[in-house]
Design a protein around this ligand. Structure first.
Ligand code: NAP
Length: 299
């Protein structure tokens, strides 16, 4: 299938689709169906993680789609329970095994562990080795602040290709985006349509459902698009990658139908101005294996 998908070129030359598909919190059964539906509907980037517990089903969904693996960008992440000692190698190999592939296109550290940053560095150095071996085509990080990026780059050789962080109209994460841009790192937006405020409504101190914001609904009416489509176009027009998740076929299609309009610079600025400064997800500064004791089972 040909689409007018936007392609972004990472700092190591790898070209990836700007709009991808996320599977966090998708049940194993829903993951197979939604990945197949997304690929058959034109998506070519699937974002998963060892800690989502659905890498196997992502692999099944890819194989069922009938689309050649070489046309698909598979992105996965190493969880913090696998940062220390020999665990990064074990965790990476287990992800390959679960996905049923012999390489992943993009492989990230899922979180920094600021209080045990030596572990974060050791895990990233495993990513660098996998890059050199050709088992990964680009490496990156997620949930890194500018300070975490500085601490990492003080030691390692490879500038991350992406930093996957929470970005939606109610949390624009502008400081992180600025640091990413300065370092040549692509910002990838997780919870791009503000999902975290809907499935964890007690978080975010009342930031609420951005789909109901009048700036968003006004632009949706102007362009004959849905609120989700307006927000996804805001990400693309500002040069980010975005990874919306849905387990509903109609929404999977809706979220991909964003390549026939663009927002003006004033409209982008109006959406930027909705920032509340309140993240919906956990503060990355506080993450470690004690505050998040859940471990990935690599058996
Ligand atoms: N690196 C990290 O730490 C991290 C953290 C969180 C997420 N992520 C990645 O980012 C992806 C997306 O983030 P997310 O899942 O938190 O949030 P999201 O994509 O912003 O929102 C997903 C939520 O919105 C609903 N939805 C999707 N499309 C919709 C539409 N067109 N209209 C109305 N509702 C819609 C979904 O429900 P239904 O499924 O019921 O349609 C789901 O509840 C994840 O799947 C994962 O791949 C990464």
């Amino acid at each position: 299938m040909t689409t007018n998908q936007i392609t972004v070129t990472l700092n190591n030359g790898l070209a990836i689709p700007a709009l991808g598909f996320g599977v966090f919190q998708a049940s194993p059964e829903d993951t197979v169906t939604s990945v197949t539906t997304a690929l058959q509907g034109g998506y070519r980037l699937i974002d998963t993680a060892a800690s989502y517990g659905n890498e196997r089903e992502v692999g099944v969904g890819i194989r069922r789609s009938g689309i050649d693996r070489s046309e698909i960008v598979i992105e996965s992440k190493l969880w913090i329970s696998d940062y220390a000692d020999d665990k990064p190698e074990v965790g990476f190999e287990a992800s390959l095994r679960r996905l049923g592939v012999d390489y992943v296109d993009l492989y990230l550290l899922h979180q920094p562990t600021p209080a045990d940053f030596d572990d974060t560095i050791a895990a990233y150095q495993l990513l660098e080795r996998k890059l050199a071996e050709g088992k990964v085509h680009a490496i990156g990080v997620a949930n890194f602040s500018p300070d975490h990026l500085t601490r990492l780059l003080d030691t390692v050789d490879t500038v991350p290709a992406v930093n996957q962080v929470e970005v939606h109209p109610y949390f624009t994460n502008a400081t992180v985006q600025h640091a990413d841009t300065t370092l040549g790192i692509l910002t990838q937006a997780w919870s791009p349509i503000g999902g975290i405020h809907r499935y964890r409504p007690s978080d975010g101190a009342g930031a609420g459902n951005v789909f109901e914001n009048p700036v968003i609904t006004g632009l949706a009416a102007k362009y004959g698009k849905s609120p989700a489509q307006v927000i996804l176009r805001w990400h693309l027009d500002e040069g980010r990658s975005a990874l919306p998740k849905s387990t509903h076929a109609n929404r999977i299609a809706e979220n991909f139908d964003v390549f026939d309009f663009t927002l003006t610079s004033d409209e982008l600025a109006a959406i930027d101005a909705l920032d509340t400064g309140l993240r919906g997800g956990p503060d990355p500064e506080l993450l470690n294996t004690r505050t998040f004791p859940r471990a990935v089972d690599n058996s």
